[in-house]
Design a binder for this molecule. Structure first.
Ligand SMILES: Cc1ncc(COP(=O)(O)O)c(C=O)c1O
Length: 502
C-alpha cells in the first residue's frame, strides 16, 4: 500500500513549502515584449513529491461514495424522467467557469456531476426509454469498466497488454460463436457501430482494391458518410432504394452490379443490415450471400443494432444467413447490456484486418507480438486503446448466454406485445410490425407534426421517451423495446399518455 503523500492535492497549498503554488498558469503565460526565454524545470528537490497522489483512505471514501451513487441509480431506474434536456445557462452556472487553478473539493465536484450533469441526458437505461436505440447497461458490465479504468488497462500491443488482449480475443471468439461464424473469425472492439463498419470497409478496400459499395436507403447514415469521407467517389456508393418491405432488393442489386461491370467498375462490397435502425428490418441475408458468392463480392453485415438477437431462437431465425457474411458488426452497447462505448467488428477471412492495418514502428518493436500472439493495434486505426473487452467478458461470464438470451428475447417479446396493444386499438395503425424489438405506428389521421409534437410532449412530461422517424416520406412513431426491465404496464402507460397528447 503506498504511503500517504504530503500534502495531497485536496489540501490547501502552503506557499512557503512550494513557491510555485503562488504562481498560477496565467502568470507563466503573460505576454511580454522581451525575447522568449526557454525556462527549464525547477530542480527535482524543489518540487513536491507526486502532486497528484491521494491518500488511500481518501480514495476509498470517495470511491465508495461513487459506488453508492451508481447502485442508487441502477436500483432506482425509472424513478426519474426518461429524458431531460438542460438550459445551457443553468448547466454552465454550475459546471462552467474559468479553468480551476487551485485544488477544489472533489466530493462537492462529484455531487455537481451527479446532481447537475448526469440527470440532463437521455437515460437509455430507463425502462420507458424507447427512443432511437436504448442502452440498457448491466451492472457487471459497469464493474468490468471500472476495473479496466482503475487499472489503466491497455489493449494495444501484445507485449504491453497481453492480458487485456487475451480478454478481447476471447470475447470476439464468443461473439463469433453466438453468431454462428466460423472458428477462424477474427475480431476487434471499437467505439461503436459507426467506427466498426468503417473499419471493415477500409480493410476491404485496402486488401481487395477499389470498387463499388452497395447499400440501401435504410442503411445507417454513418456508413455513407464514412465512405464519402474515406474517398469513395459518388459512383462507388450505390444506394439502392428499398420497396415496401424496406429490404435491400436483390434483383435490383444484381442489375446494378451488371451495369457497373459494363461501365468498367468493380462491384466490391454489399453492405446488408441485420436490424435497421428505423424498423428493425433484416435484409435478405441468404439471398444476398448467394448473390455475393456468384459475383465474388464481399458481404458485410451491419448488425450493430440487431446482431445480438442471435443469442435467442427467434432472433436467430430472423438473422438466418448472417453466418455466411465476410464481416459482421454488432454493438454491445446497444443490445448486449454494456455501457458506452463498445462496438465489435468480426471478419471471417483471417488476416484481412492485419493486412490492412499493420503498423510496426521501431519504438514498438519490443512489445510486438510473436507467432500465435496478436497486436490489437494492427486491427484498426486505434493505437492507444482502452480495454473495452473487460466489461463484456465479465457480463458474459457473470450471466452466461442463457440469461442474456432471455433478456434479448424479452426485448423482442415487448415489441410484439406493443404491436398487439396497437392493433387492438382503432386509434392506432401499425406501419411496420414488430421486428427485432422495433415497432412503428401512426395515429390514424395524424400528421407528421402531430406525431412530433406528441413525442416531444411525452418526453417533456418525463414519463417516457420515444422517437418519430420517416419511412419513404411517411412520418411514423417508433418504439424500440430492448430494455429487459421494461414491463407490459410500461408500454400500456406510454401508449395511453401518447394518445392523450395527439
Ligand atoms: C444499424 C446501425 N448501424 C450503425 C449504427 C451506429 O452505431 P454507433 O452509434 O454505435 O456508432 C447504429 C446506431 O444506432 C445502427 O442502429
Amino acid at each position: 500500500m503506498p504511503s500517504a503523500p504530503s500534502p495531497g492535492p485536496l489540501a490547501t497549498p502552503d506557499p512557503s513549502a512550494d513557491p510555485a503554488a503562488v504562481a498560477g498558469p496565467g502568470d507563466i503565460a503573460e505576454p511580454t515584449s522581451a525575447p522568449p526565454v526557454r525556462r527549464t524545470a525547477r530542480p527535482l528537490a524543489e518540487l513536491p513529491g507526486d502532486p497528484l497522489a491521494l491518500d488511500p483512505e481518501e480514495m476509498r471514501r470517495l470511491g465508495y461514495w461513487v459506488v453508492d451513487q451508481v447502485v442508487a441509480h441502477v436500483a432506482g431506474k425509472g424513478s426519474g424522467p426518461a429524458v431531460r434536456v438542460g438550459d445551457p445557462g443553468d448547466l454552465r452556472s454550475t459546471l462552467g467557469g474559468p479553468v480551476p487553478s487551485e485544488p477544489g473539493d472533489v466530493q462537492a465536484a462529484m455531487e455537481a456531476l451527479v446532481d447537475v450533469a448526469l440527470p440532463h441526458m437521455q437515460h437509455g437505461d430507463h425502462p420507458r426509454y424507447f427512443a432511437r436505440v436504448p442502452g440498457p447497461s448491466s451492472f457487471p458490465a459497469v464493474l468490468g469498466e471500472w476495473l479496466g479504468t482503475g487499472h489503466q488497462a491497455i489493449a494495444t500491443s501484445w507485449g504491453g497488454g497481453s492480458g487485456p488482449a487475451t480478454v478481447e480475443l476471447v470475447v470476439c471468439e464468443w461473439l463469433a460463436s453466438v453468431l454462428g461464424l466460423p472458428e477462424s473469425t477474427e475480431g476487434v472492439l471499437l467505439s461503436g457501430g459507426s467506427m466498426a463498419n468503417v473499419t471493415a470497409l477500409v480493410a476491404v478496400r485496402a486488401v481487395l482494391g477499389e470498387g463499388v459499395a452497395y447499400l440501401s436507403d435504410q442503411t445507417h447514415s454513418s456508413i455513407a458518410r464514412g465512405l464519402r469521407l474515406l474517398g469513395w467517389s459518388a459512383e462507388q456508393i450505390s444506394v439502392v432504394p428499398t420497396g415496401e418491405d424496406l429490404r435491400l432488393p436483390v434483383e435490383e442489386l444484381r442489375r446494378r452490379m451488371a451495369a457497373d461491370r459494363e461501365a468498367g467498375r468493380r462491384p466490391l462490397v454489399v453492405i446488408a443490415t441485420a436490424g435497421t435502425t428505423n424498423t428493425g428490418t433484416v435484409d435478405p441475408l441468404e439471398d444476398l450471400a448467394d448473390l455475393c458468392a456468384i459475383e465474388d463480392v464481399w458481404l458485410h453485415v451491419d448488425g450493430a443494432y440487431g446482431g445480438p438477437a442471435a443469442l435467442c431462437a427467434p432472433g436467430r431465425d430472423e438473422l438466418a444467413g448472417i453466418t455466411r457474411a465476410d464481416s459482421v458488426v454488432l454493438d454491445p452497447h446497444k443490445w448486449l447490456f454494456q455501457p458506452y462505448d463498445v462496438g465489435c467488428l468480426l471478419v471471417t477471412r483471417p488476416g484481412v484486418l492485419e493486412r490492412a492495418y499493420t503498423m510496426n514502428p521501431e519504438y514498438l518493436a519490443d512489445v510486438t507480438a510473436g507467432t500465435g500472439e496478436v497486436d490489437l493495434r494492427n486491427r484498426s486505426l486505434e493505437l492507444s486503446r482502452r480495454s473495452r473487452a473487460l466489461k463484456l467478458w465479465l457480463t458474459m461470464r457473470g450471466y452466461g448466454t442463457r440469461a442474456l438470451a432471455d433478456a434479448v428475447e424479452r426485448g423482442i417479446a415487448l415489441a410484439e406485445h406493443a404491436e398487439g396493444l396497437l392493433r387492438a386499438d382503432p386509434f392506432w395503425e401499425v406501419v411496420t410490425p414488430a421486428q427485432l424489438g422495433v415497432v412503428t405506428f401512426a395515429a390514424v389521421g395524424a400528421t407528421g407534426e402531430d406525431h412530433t409534437r406528441a413525442a416531444a410532449a411525452l418526453s417533456d412530461d418525463g414519463y417516457a421517451a420515444l422517437t418519430t422517424t420517416t419511412l419513404h416520406g411517411r412520418s411514423v412513431l417508433r418504439l424500440c423495446t430492448i430494455n429487459p426491465a421494461t414491463t407490459g404496464a410500461d408500454l400500456e402507460g406510454t401508449l395511453t399518455r401518447l394518445a392523450a397528447y395527439l
